[in-house]
Design a protein around this ligand. Structure first.
Ligand code: PHE
Length: 430
């Protein structure tokens, strides 16, 4: 089975692909806003802790499943726990990303539209639904599916290897510009000033939820991507590289966005409003008060980055379903991409035309389904899977990481399920 499968070409390729999935709209429109709203530096500290103590081990739990089985998410569960309840985890891992991509690509479409608008620095009103949104959604989804159709090495690996370094360069450029704007200090302060009074039980729930979403956990992505990681790759090192890249990008995005927002004297809004309503005002204001062409360049670079960041994530979402169709349903890769395109495009119609449904689909998939997925992963790896298999995957049969495996296993077996359950219940009642 493993013989005909493609592999990522080495550590850098693995980290770029995983980081490509991790770095996305979550870092750009959710993270900067949440930091300010939930306690500044205090929130950042909790977010970092959640990322290392929980997201990192959970990432490794998924990585172990994927690489051990060398198969798509459903195939992996069939191999590791044949004919058992655990196939639920496989099915969920295919369903969740397919639902997510149906609305995620709509935001990708808005970003393309805003990139084009930024070229004339004329944004007009933010109209999140309707035929234009459908057109740009179709373009975004189509491009993403085409990349996936090229395969692991020629499509996904190649696209991420160019995009991720490019994204870092662009966001640093924008950040340098942003923090040098007049009055930018207030934005910096918004991000780094700790406000412990804003820390409540909910802060932990939000920090953890954001960390899971940002690391693309609980939806079969890390399982699927890890199935393309070769046996001699060090999973712990690749995972650590991915977590650090994703964290770093979130911070850079925060410092690229908030100082500019505060410099323009605008209160930061939440969610899509931040990127598609607040920032366009900032850019047009910049164009009117200082250099028009510089404002145009910064706006265009910014929205271009949003498109690319969203695309590196959407291709990971699409690959989960495609891998399943190719391996379990014996479809050709191109046909599988076309089918996923059709399914997600149709699913997306509801969200394209109703922002209300859009919000509900987002909340249902990225809060509820994702949390259930994460829970099943940690229960499976912590309690059902053979511990020796786990050790073997993380140590490459005893060659690396022998000292840390025990700690990681403890976190997966005990700490993760208890925390996730607590958060899950608090989300339902709060
Ligand atoms: N991790 C991506 C982000 O932060 C979003 C994403 C969610 C990607 C779910 C894949 C799956 O934007």
């Amino acid at each position: 089975m493993a013989s005909g499968r493609e592999h990522f070409g080495g550590r850098a390729a693995v980290i770029m692909a995983m980081a490509g999935s991790a770095i996305g709209l979550g870092n750009i429109w959710r993270f900067p806003y949440m930091v300010g709203e939930y306690g500044g530096a205090a929130f950042i500290l909790i977010f970092i802790l959640c990322s290392f103590i929980l997201s990192f081990p959970i990432f490794l739990a998924e990585a172990v499943i994927g690489r051990k089985a060398h198969a798509n998410a459903i195939g992996a569960m069939n191999k590791l726990a044949p004919g058992s309840f655990w196939k639920v985890l496989g099915y969920l891992s295919i369903i969740t990303p397919t639902i997510i991509v149906s609305y995620y690509s709509i935001v990708g479409g808005w970003s393309i539209e805003y990139f084009l608008k930024s070229l004339s620095l004329d944004f007009g009103e933010f109209m999140p639904s309707g035929w234009t949104a459908l057109l740009f959604n179709t373009i975004f989804l189509g491009l993403s599916c085409i990349i996936v159709a090229f395969g692991i090495k020629d499509g996904i690996e190649r696209f991420n290897k160019i995009s991720i370094p490019l994204l870092f360069v662009l966001i640093v450029l924008i950040m340098v510009y942003s923090v040098n704007m007049p009055g930018a200090e207030k934005g910096v302060e918004y991000l780094v000033k700790p406000d412990f009074s804003k820390i409540t039980g909910r802060t932990f729930a939000f920090a953890l939820g954001q960390s899971f979403y940002s690391m693309s956990l609980g939806m079969g992505i890390i399982i699927t991507y890890s199935s393309y990681v070769s046996k001699d790759e060090n999973l712990v090192a690749s995972g650590a590289g991915t977590v650090i890249a994703a964290l770093l990008f979130s911070f850079l995005a925060g410092f690229a966005i908030m100082p500019a927002v505060f410099s323009a004297g605008i209160a930061p809004s939440s969610g899509p409003g931040l990127v598609f309503q607040t920032l366009p005002h900032v850019f047009t204001g910049m164009g009117a008060s200082s250099s028009h062409w510089l404002a145009t360049v910064i706006a265009a670079l910014f929205f271009f980055s949003v498109v690319v960041a969203a695309m590196t994530s959407s291709i990971s979402l699409i690959e989960v379903g495609v891998a399943y169709l190719v391996e379990e349903r014996h479809m050709k890769r191109k046909a599988a991409c076309l089918l996923i395109f059709a399914i997600t495009w149709l699913l997306g119609l509801a969200s394209v035309f109703s922002i209300d449904i859009f919000g509900k689909v987002d909340a249902f998939s990225s809060n509820f389904l994702l949390t259930v997925g994460v829970m099943l992963v940690v229960l499976f790896v912590g309690w059902k899977m053979d511990k020796e298999d786990f050790r073997e995957e993380l140590t490459n049969s005893g060659k690396v990481n022998a000292k840390v495996v025990g700690v990681i296993f403890f976190l997966i077996r005990y700490v993760a399920p208890i925390t996730v359950l607590t958060i899950f219940i608090s989300n339902l009642v709060l």
